[in-house]
Design a binder for this molecule. Sequence first.
Ligand SMILES: [Zn+2]
Ligand SMILES: [Zn+2]
Length: 276
Amino acid sequence: MKKFIVDMHTHSAFSHDGRAELKDMLAAAQGMGVAFYGVSEHHDFDVRLDLIENEDLRARLRAQGGEGYFHAARHLQEDYEGVMNVAIGAEFGYSDDERVQARYVETYEKFRPDYVINSVHTLDGKDFAYFQFEGDKKTVYSDYLAAIRRSLDAPYPYHIVGHIGYAARYASFENVEFDLQEFGEQLDDIFRVIIEKGKILEVNSASKQLKQRSIPDKALLKRYFELGGRKICFGSDAHFPARIADKWEETVQTLKEIGFTYLTLPFRGEEVKIEL
Ligand SMILES: [Zn+2]
Ligand SMILES: [Zn+2]
């Protein structure tokens, strides 16, 4: 095992909310010394487009991912052969809707992404980024965690469990943390299933305005470690060049404090271990 800079969760203009061309993201990553770079464009088939009022956003959500993306991205991947390790993946937004799940199965079979990040962004097709959910914290967060638990049984292949705690990024509760006192039972269940299934827990550094430095935060990562979880991966969730590998050093530090000694990367059909 050797030490490398890794970023396995990134977006470009192939995603509805990406703000830079993929070729510019790749050039920036290489310039920063990233050795393993994962492209994980959104495939938000879970979002209910009829509830999105902004016409432009609706159009961009319709256009994301798919053929245009994989075709262009595979060419760029070839260009970087021997220069930087580039994986062409996808972020699938989980939904309970079987038609949505079938579209992910189909997308996977058609394009064979190098890896998949399975993420919960929505409840009933409404993304936490665009909708304020009614109800108290206990209700909203419990519903969110229950959706994550169901997402672990998704019928399509996936490797990484994306940003557990995403709902906190956009919540307006006084204290937005997922504390173990209150949600420990659900979180333990999720962590145990991730471990059992051999999936990789993502450490996502896009905590936006939150006090915590990563999603999930340190307390949750510590709990995962206590339960025996060792497979973790780093992702910045960058949507523009300046955020690539954001908070890499401090996240590595935090992970080492907890006891983690390596990252696990799903890379072209195998798991690569990177020393922290
Ligand atoms: Zn996401
Ligand atoms: Zn993302």
